[in-house]
Design a protein around this ligand. Structure first.
Ligand code: PLP
Length: 363
């Protein structure tokens, strides 16, 4: 049974390589596995051993631009079990387009969106065919699908061998799948503003690249060591405007009811959940503003705060601490608008309400 966000990769993996003839050679690989029931009955040591085999690709070079210099990008998207037994992907076209943009941003040949879509669907299908998929459980409906399971797809690039400074001209694109289990609301959703910088103007903040994760991981660790759950980044030039959480976009509901989120630019990652929440809130008649978000305005004027991302979904923040002062939102409890948006998004993803905008893709 999947617990939170762990690495228990499913057997089938997709690997494409941009070869010397400048075409993508695609391969689906079936890694060692037993049936899910047999694996569930294994000892922890046996399970660790088989999972290690599934995560081992001797054909990939050890020393390359990705492992040495962080020249790699990735995506994260989910397939959700539906009430009628199907598995459907949430907005994979958007992930495909962003992956292609990220690769271009890193001066790699870009990966065609149609290949991304087909491979994402096929990898879900192949794993499903050998029993690796979460079964829909109507128990999830009781609590807004907070306990719902899904399949997390992680597409990423991996460079050809190299050690001198260079860009990847013949990368691999790999897609692995891993189950994501019940998400239990954390006991602590306190956030703290970090003085570290995630992204700089004219840098790579808009690209979903591995190297962008170094500073947020450090900032989040530091925040957690100090009793917080999340770190919030301000702009790196003026240190005045809110930009993002550690790896998610951020929203605030103001006293006047308006929902605000930092406007996109080269220091903000264009999140697909961000985009979806803006659409859903607008559809609900909420006024949404994408603009600069001064931290001082948030500290004095916000009544709800939440972050968005594929892993986080819509997750509320109970408070923000900035310069030794703490603002608690809605008495520390999840606000009504946050709950409405979280529920709406999950209802669409699990097929509980009509998918009016064609966000869900059959596999
Ligand atoms: C992936 C990511 C997000 C969230 O994007 P989604 O498409 O909603 O998952 C937000 N910020 C950063 C820095 C990210 O890497």
């Amino acid at each position: 049974m999947a617990k939170g966000f762990t690495l228990e990769t499913y057997p089938w993996v997709y690997i494409a390589k941009y070869n010397e003839d400048e075409v993508w050679t695609e391969e689906f690989i079936e890694n060692p596995h037993k049936t899910p029931a047999e694996e569930a009955a294994m000892s922890p040591e046996e399970l660790t051993a088989i999972l290690a085999k599934r995560n081992s690709f001797p054909q990939l070079p050890l020393v390359n631009y990705t492992t040495q210099y962080g020249l790699g990008c990735f995506e994260g998207l989910k397939a959700f079990p539906q009430k009628d037994g199907r598995l459907r992907l949430f907005r994979p076209d958007e992930n495909g387009a962003r992956m292609s943009a990220s690769m271009e941003g890193l001066m790699m040949p870009s990966f065609p969106v149609d290949k991304f879509l087909e491979a994402s669907k096929q990898i879900v299908r192949l794993n499903q065919d050998c029993g690796f998929f979460p079964e829909y459980d109507s128990e999830w409906e009781k609590n807004n699908y907070i306990a719902g399971h899904s399949i997390y797809l992680r597409p990423f690039t991996y460079s050809e061998p190299g050690i001198g400074l260079g860009v990847s001209k013949h990368p691999w694109v790999i897609i692995v799948a891993t189950p994501v289990g019940a998400y239990f609301a954390p006991g602590n959703s306190k956030a703290v503003v970090t003085n570290k910088s995630r992204a700089t103007p004219n840098g790579t903040g808009w690209i979903k690249c591995s190297s962008n994760y170094v500073v947020p991981i450090l900032a989040k660790k530091e925040a957690m060591n100090n009793g917080f759950m999340e770190a919030i980044f301000l702009d790196s030039t003026e240190h005045k405007y809110v930009e993002e959480g550690s790896s998610c976009n951020i929203f605030f509901k103001l006293k006047n009811g308006t929902l605000i989120t930092p406007e996109l630019g080269d220091t903000i990652l264009p999140g697909i959940n961000r985009k979806s929440v803006i659409t859903l809130a607008s559809d609900m008649g909420i006024k949404v503003e994408e603009r600069k978000v001064p931290i001082n305005e948030v500290m004095s004027d916000a009544v709800e705060a939440f972050v968005t991302g594929t892993a986080a979904g819509v997750s509320y923040l109970e408070s923000i601490t900035y310069m030794e002062k703490t603002t608690v939102f809605n008495g520390g409890k999840q606000g009504e608008l946050t709950t409405d948006l979280q529920k709406k998004l999950k209802d669409i993803q699990y097929g509980a309400i009509a998918d009016e905008r064609n966000w869900m893709f059959d596999i």
